[in-house]
Design a protein around this ligand. Structure first.
Ligand SMILES: [Zn+2]
Length: 173
């Protein structure tokens, strides 16, 4: 790949990560941890998802799984070859497994997840472990600062909300 091609693919990666960030905001509006994902084939979005395990009462309803389900429904195929999955946070082991099962070609993530990331932070499942029968490439760090900041802001606000009631009581309310 020459440098012009690299610049173009970098711009595309940022554009789709921007869309994933918009979906992360939707998760946050619904009281979920803000993570968003889009699945892209040949420059076209074919699936979108955001984190909603609480609302859906479904422990598997991570952004990546929801984007894969959306795409599989739209394309009427449980396998999604020649696609790139953009997600604002490094995938967990469950999602890494689903990504391999779906035959996704490439994963692009934003922030790393030092507590459970499966693309090298904690587990080494992506790029796909050689024992899998399908190869997935991975690129991390796209819009990483913004992706991480959205998560930090969310947890900061949630801590403030948890502290507020007792502070009020202390004021004699
Ligand atoms: Zn996950």
């Amino acid at each position: 790949m020459d440098s012009v091609q690299q610049d173009e693919s970098g711009a595309l990666d940022r554009r789709f990560m921007q869309r994933a960030l918009e979906l992360a905001a939707r998760a946050e509006q619904q009281g979920e941890v803000p993570v968003g994902a889009v699945l892209v084939r040949e420059g076209v979005v074919v699936g979108e998802g955001w984190n909603r395990p609480i609302g859906d009462r479904d422990p598997s309803a991570h952004a990546e799984i929801n984007a894969l389900r959306d795409a599989a429904r739209r394309l009427q195929n449980y396998r999604l070859p020649d696609t790139t999955l953009y997600v604002t946070l490094e995938p967990c082991p469950m999602c890494a497994g689903a990504i391999v099962h779906a035959r996704v070609s490439r994963v692009v993530f934003g922030a790393t997840d030092p507590k459970g990331g499966a693309a090298g932070s904690v587990f080494d499942l992506l790029p796909s472990d050689g024992r899998f029968n399908h190869r997935v490439e991975v690129d991390g760090g796209v819009l990483a600062t913004r992706c991480a900041e959205r998560l930090r802001e969310f947890f900061r606000a949630r801590r403030r909300a948890q502290v507020a009631p007792s502070a009020g009581a202390g004021d004699g309310v």
